[in-house]
Design a binder for this molecule. Structure first.
Ligand code: G
Ligand code: G
Ligand code: NA
Ligand code: MN
Length: 253
Protein backbone atom coordinates (compact mmCIF):
# COMPACT_ATOMS: atom_id res chain seq x y z
CA UNK A 1 0.00 0.00 0.00
CA UNK A 2 1.06 3.56 -0.63
CA UNK A 3 1.89 4.97 2.78
CA UNK A 4 2.10 8.59 1.72
CA UNK A 5 -0.29 11.20 2.98
CA UNK A 6 -0.81 14.53 1.28
CA UNK A 7 -1.42 14.07 -2.41
CA UNK A 8 -0.40 17.54 -3.55
CA UNK A 9 2.01 17.21 -6.45
CA UNK A 10 5.49 18.47 -5.73
CA UNK A 11 5.07 18.41 -1.96
CA UNK A 12 6.35 15.80 0.39
CA UNK A 13 4.08 15.46 3.40
CA UNK A 14 6.11 12.51 4.60
CA UNK A 15 4.62 9.21 5.65
CA UNK A 16 2.45 7.87 8.39
CA UNK A 17 3.23 4.48 9.88
CA UNK A 18 2.40 2.33 12.86
CA UNK A 19 4.76 1.63 15.71
CA UNK A 20 4.14 -1.24 18.11
CA UNK A 21 4.88 -1.41 21.82
CA UNK A 22 4.95 -4.81 23.58
CA UNK A 23 2.65 -5.54 26.49
CA UNK A 24 4.06 -8.06 28.97
CA UNK A 25 2.16 -10.35 31.37
CA UNK A 26 3.65 -9.44 34.73
CA UNK A 27 3.31 -12.88 36.34
CA UNK A 28 4.94 -14.84 33.51
CA UNK A 29 7.02 -12.30 31.58
CA UNK A 30 5.27 -13.45 28.43
CA UNK A 31 4.53 -10.97 25.64
CA UNK A 32 0.75 -10.94 25.43
CA UNK A 33 0.19 -8.23 22.89
CA UNK A 34 1.19 -4.92 21.41
CA UNK A 35 -0.27 -1.44 21.32
CA UNK A 36 -0.29 0.11 17.87
CA UNK A 37 0.76 3.76 17.93
CA UNK A 38 0.57 6.11 15.00
CA UNK A 39 3.71 7.94 13.87
CA UNK A 40 4.18 10.61 11.26
CA UNK A 41 7.56 10.87 9.63
CA UNK A 42 7.75 14.51 8.58
CA UNK A 43 10.29 15.46 5.89
CA UNK A 44 11.76 18.28 7.98
CA UNK A 45 10.60 17.74 11.56
CA UNK A 46 11.42 14.05 11.78
CA UNK A 47 9.18 11.70 13.74
CA UNK A 48 6.11 13.58 14.95
CA UNK A 49 3.99 12.13 17.79
CA UNK A 50 0.36 11.50 16.96
CA UNK A 51 -1.26 13.93 19.36
CA UNK A 52 -0.54 16.91 17.15
CA UNK A 53 -1.48 15.08 13.97
CA UNK A 54 -4.74 13.86 15.50
CA UNK A 55 -5.68 17.26 16.87
CA UNK A 56 -5.41 18.70 13.37
CA UNK A 57 -7.01 15.70 11.65
CA UNK A 58 -10.03 15.82 13.95
CA UNK A 59 -10.96 19.25 12.63
CA UNK A 60 -11.74 17.67 9.28
CA UNK A 61 -12.61 14.54 7.32
CA UNK A 62 -8.95 13.57 7.45
CA UNK A 63 -9.47 11.81 10.78
CA UNK A 64 -11.74 9.32 9.14
CA UNK A 65 -9.15 8.49 6.51
CA UNK A 66 -6.46 8.25 9.15
CA UNK A 67 -8.49 5.82 11.23
CA UNK A 68 -9.28 3.72 8.17
CA UNK A 69 -5.64 3.57 7.42
CA UNK A 70 -4.75 2.57 10.99
CA UNK A 71 -7.36 -0.21 11.02
CA UNK A 72 -6.14 -1.51 7.64
CA UNK A 73 -2.50 -1.47 8.66
CA UNK A 74 -3.02 -3.12 12.03
CA UNK A 75 -5.32 -5.89 10.77
CA UNK A 76 -2.97 -6.60 7.85
CA UNK A 77 -0.07 -6.73 10.30
CA UNK A 78 -1.98 -9.17 12.53
CA UNK A 79 -2.49 -11.44 9.52
CA UNK A 80 1.24 -11.31 8.73
CA UNK A 81 2.23 -12.09 12.32
CA UNK A 82 -0.26 -14.91 12.43
CA UNK A 83 1.16 -16.39 9.21
CA UNK A 84 4.63 -16.17 10.79
CA UNK A 85 3.42 -18.11 13.82
CA UNK A 86 3.24 -15.10 16.13
CA UNK A 87 0.01 -15.21 18.08
CA UNK A 88 0.03 -11.57 19.10
CA UNK A 89 -2.93 -9.46 20.04
CA UNK A 90 -2.89 -5.84 18.92
CA UNK A 91 -4.63 -2.87 20.49
CA UNK A 92 -5.35 0.21 18.45
CA UNK A 93 -6.44 3.64 19.64
CA UNK A 94 -9.59 5.33 18.50
CA UNK A 95 -10.42 8.98 18.81
CA UNK A 96 -13.51 10.91 19.79
CA UNK A 97 -15.01 11.24 16.34
CA UNK A 98 -14.42 7.63 15.31
CA UNK A 99 -17.01 6.29 17.69
CA UNK A 100 -19.81 8.62 16.72
CA UNK A 101 -20.81 6.46 13.80
CA UNK A 102 -21.00 2.72 13.39
CA UNK A 103 -18.73 2.97 10.35
CA UNK A 104 -15.74 1.90 12.34
CA UNK A 105 -17.47 -1.28 13.55
CA UNK A 106 -18.43 -2.15 9.98
CA UNK A 107 -14.97 -1.42 8.70
CA UNK A 108 -13.30 -3.50 11.39
CA UNK A 109 -15.64 -6.45 10.77
CA UNK A 110 -14.93 -6.19 7.05
CA UNK A 111 -11.14 -6.06 7.46
CA UNK A 112 -11.04 -8.93 9.94
CA UNK A 113 -13.04 -11.11 7.55
CA UNK A 114 -10.97 -10.09 4.54
CA UNK A 115 -7.65 -10.86 6.23
CA UNK A 116 -8.96 -13.91 8.10
CA UNK A 117 -8.00 -12.50 11.48
CA UNK A 118 -9.86 -13.69 14.59
CA UNK A 119 -11.67 -10.76 16.26
CA UNK A 120 -10.13 -11.76 19.61
CA UNK A 121 -6.77 -10.72 18.20
CA UNK A 122 -7.88 -7.12 18.01
CA UNK A 123 -8.57 -4.73 20.85
CA UNK A 124 -9.74 -1.14 20.83
CA UNK A 125 -8.45 1.43 23.30
CA UNK A 126 -10.89 4.20 23.95
CA UNK A 127 -10.23 7.25 26.09
CA UNK A 128 -12.70 8.61 28.58
CA UNK A 129 -12.65 11.93 26.78
CA UNK A 130 -13.97 10.17 23.71
CA UNK A 131 -16.95 8.92 25.64
CA UNK A 132 -18.07 12.29 26.83
CA UNK A 133 -19.29 13.81 23.59
CA UNK A 134 -22.24 11.58 22.73
CA UNK A 135 -22.43 8.66 25.17
CA UNK A 136 -25.40 6.92 23.56
CA UNK A 137 -23.99 6.71 20.07
CA UNK A 138 -20.60 5.76 21.39
CA UNK A 139 -22.19 2.99 23.44
CA UNK A 140 -23.98 1.66 20.34
CA UNK A 141 -20.72 1.46 18.40
CA UNK A 142 -18.84 -0.12 21.28
CA UNK A 143 -21.57 -2.68 21.88
CA UNK A 144 -21.45 -3.63 18.22
CA UNK A 145 -17.69 -4.13 18.37
CA UNK A 146 -18.06 -6.16 21.55
CA UNK A 147 -20.61 -8.41 19.80
CA UNK A 148 -18.22 -8.95 16.90
CA UNK A 149 -15.69 -10.19 19.47
CA UNK A 150 -13.30 -7.23 19.54
CA UNK A 151 -12.13 -6.46 23.09
CA UNK A 152 -12.59 -2.96 24.44
CA UNK A 153 -10.08 -1.31 26.77
CA UNK A 154 -10.75 1.86 28.72
CA UNK A 155 -7.59 3.92 28.18
CA UNK A 156 -6.03 6.53 30.47
CA UNK A 157 -8.20 5.38 33.35
CA UNK A 158 -8.50 7.91 36.14
CA UNK A 159 -8.00 11.01 34.02
CA UNK A 160 -11.59 11.40 32.79
CA UNK A 161 -14.67 12.76 34.47
CA UNK A 162 -16.90 9.78 35.04
CA UNK A 163 -14.66 6.74 34.99
CA UNK A 164 -16.76 4.73 37.36
CA UNK A 165 -19.91 5.16 35.31
CA UNK A 166 -18.04 3.89 32.26
CA UNK A 167 -16.91 0.82 34.18
CA UNK A 168 -20.51 0.08 34.98
CA UNK A 169 -22.06 0.76 31.58
CA UNK A 170 -19.60 -0.36 28.95
CA UNK A 171 -18.86 -3.91 27.81
CA UNK A 172 -15.19 -3.68 28.75
CA UNK A 173 -12.47 -6.33 28.74
CA UNK A 174 -9.66 -4.21 30.09
CA UNK A 175 -8.72 -1.09 32.01
CA UNK A 176 -5.47 0.76 31.33
CA UNK A 177 -4.00 2.63 34.28
CA UNK A 178 -2.94 6.01 33.00
CA UNK A 179 0.77 6.54 32.75
CA UNK A 180 0.58 9.80 34.74
CA UNK A 181 -0.07 7.68 37.87
CA UNK A 182 2.31 4.85 36.95
CA UNK A 183 5.26 7.16 36.18
CA UNK A 184 5.26 8.57 39.71
CA UNK A 185 4.22 5.55 41.76
CA UNK A 186 7.72 4.52 42.87
CA UNK A 187 8.29 7.94 44.48
CA UNK A 188 4.83 9.22 45.28
CA UNK A 189 2.68 7.31 47.74
CA UNK A 190 -0.52 8.98 46.50
CA UNK A 191 0.15 7.82 42.95
CA UNK A 192 0.93 4.35 44.28
CA UNK A 193 -2.35 4.32 46.21
CA UNK A 194 -4.32 5.33 43.12
CA UNK A 195 -2.67 2.62 41.02
CA UNK A 196 -3.25 -0.06 43.64
CA UNK A 197 -6.90 0.92 44.08
CA UNK A 198 -7.47 0.94 40.33
CA UNK A 199 -6.01 -2.55 40.03
CA UNK A 200 -8.17 -3.78 42.89
CA UNK A 201 -11.29 -2.20 41.42
CA UNK A 202 -10.65 -3.64 37.96
CA UNK A 203 -10.06 -7.13 39.37
CA UNK A 204 -13.20 -6.92 41.48
CA UNK A 205 -15.16 -6.17 38.32
CA UNK A 206 -13.56 -9.07 36.48
CA UNK A 207 -11.56 -6.86 34.12
CA UNK A 208 -7.99 -7.28 32.93
CA UNK A 209 -5.78 -4.42 34.07
CA UNK A 210 -2.76 -3.09 32.19
CA UNK A 211 -0.33 -0.44 33.42
CA UNK A 212 1.33 1.88 30.92
CA UNK A 213 4.44 4.00 31.36
CA UNK A 214 6.53 1.48 33.31
CA UNK A 215 10.04 2.93 33.15
CA UNK A 216 11.92 1.06 35.88
CA UNK A 217 12.18 -2.24 37.71
CA UNK A 218 10.92 -0.86 41.01
CA UNK A 219 7.62 0.16 39.41
CA UNK A 220 7.38 -3.22 37.74
CA UNK A 221 7.85 -4.98 41.10
CA UNK A 222 5.22 -2.79 42.76
CA UNK A 223 2.75 -3.60 39.98
CA UNK A 224 3.56 -7.29 40.38
CA UNK A 225 2.87 -7.09 44.11
CA UNK A 226 -0.40 -5.24 43.44
CA UNK A 227 -1.63 -8.01 41.12
CA UNK A 228 -1.58 -6.05 37.87
CA UNK A 229 -2.02 -8.35 34.86
CA UNK A 230 0.20 -6.72 32.27
CA UNK A 231 2.40 -3.71 31.68
CA UNK A 232 4.02 -1.74 28.92
CA UNK A 233 6.72 0.91 29.04
CA UNK A 234 10.27 1.86 28.31
CA UNK A 235 11.52 -0.57 30.97
CA UNK A 236 10.65 -3.33 28.50
CA UNK A 237 10.57 -1.65 25.13
CA UNK A 238 9.75 1.57 23.36
CA UNK A 239 7.21 1.61 20.54
CA UNK A 240 8.96 0.35 17.38
CA UNK A 241 8.27 -0.47 13.72
CA UNK A 242 6.87 -3.95 12.94
CA UNK A 243 10.16 -5.26 11.52
CA UNK A 244 12.03 -4.23 14.65
CA UNK A 245 9.43 -5.88 16.81
CA UNK A 246 10.14 -9.28 15.25
CA UNK A 247 13.85 -8.87 16.06
CA UNK A 248 13.01 -7.63 19.56
CA UNK A 249 10.78 -10.66 20.19
CA UNK A 250 13.55 -13.01 19.07
CA UNK A 251 15.98 -11.37 21.51
CA UNK A 252 13.42 -11.23 24.31
CA UNK A 253 12.69 -14.96 24.30
O1 G B 1 2.29 7.43 20.87
P1 G B 1 2.34 8.31 22.02
O2 G B 1 3.38 7.59 21.49
O3 G B 1 2.95 9.66 21.80
O4 G B 1 0.81 8.59 21.65
C1 G B 1 0.25 9.81 21.99
C2 G B 1 -1.25 9.75 21.99
O5 G B 1 -1.77 9.55 20.69
C3 G B 1 -1.81 8.64 22.85
O6 G B 1 -2.79 9.22 23.68
C4 G B 1 -2.45 7.69 21.91
O7 G B 1 -3.64 7.17 22.47
C5 G B 1 -2.74 8.54 20.70
N1 G B 1 -2.64 7.71 19.52
C6 G B 1 -1.59 6.99 19.11
N2 G B 1 -1.86 6.34 17.98
C7 G B 1 -3.14 6.64 17.66
C8 G B 1 -4.01 6.26 16.60
O8 G B 1 -3.68 5.47 15.73
N3 G B 1 -5.25 6.81 16.60
C9 G B 1 -5.67 7.66 17.57
N4 G B 1 -6.88 8.13 17.49
N5 G B 1 -4.88 8.02 18.59
C10 G B 1 -3.63 7.52 18.64
O1 G C 1 -2.86 5.94 24.27
P1 G C 1 -1.92 6.45 25.28
O2 G C 1 -1.89 7.85 25.69
O3 G C 1 -2.12 5.68 26.53
O4 G C 1 -0.53 6.02 24.63
C1 G C 1 0.55 5.62 25.33
C2 G C 1 1.60 6.72 25.24
O5 G C 1 2.62 6.49 26.21
C3 G C 1 2.31 6.83 23.93
O6 G C 1 2.53 8.17 23.71
C4 G C 1 3.62 6.10 24.17
O7 G C 1 4.66 6.49 23.29
C5 G C 1 3.90 6.53 25.59
N1 G C 1 4.75 5.65 26.38
C6 G C 1 4.87 4.32 26.25
N2 G C 1 5.70 3.82 27.20
C7 G C 1 6.12 4.89 27.93
C8 G C 1 6.98 5.02 29.06
O8 G C 1 7.51 4.07 29.62
N3 G C 1 7.15 6.27 29.54
C9 G C 1 6.55 7.37 28.99
N4 G C 1 6.81 8.55 29.51
N5 G C 1 5.72 7.28 27.94
C10 G C 1 5.50 6.05 27.41
NA1 NA D 1 -3.68 3.97 24.14
MN1 MN E 1 -3.31 5.45 27.72
Amino acid sequence: TDSRVGAEPGTDAGEIMMYYQPQIAIATGEVVGVEALLRWRHPRRGMVDPEELIRVAEQSAVMRLLTRRVVDDVVEQLAKWSAAGLGLRAALNVSVRDLHTCDIADQIADRLARYGVAPERLQLEITEGALMADPRRVLTTITRLHRIGVGIALDDFGTGYSSLQHLRRLPLAEVKVDRSFVLGMAEDSDDAAIVRSTIELAKALGLRVVAEGVEDERTWRMLHAAGCDAAQGWFYARPMPAEELVAWLARYR
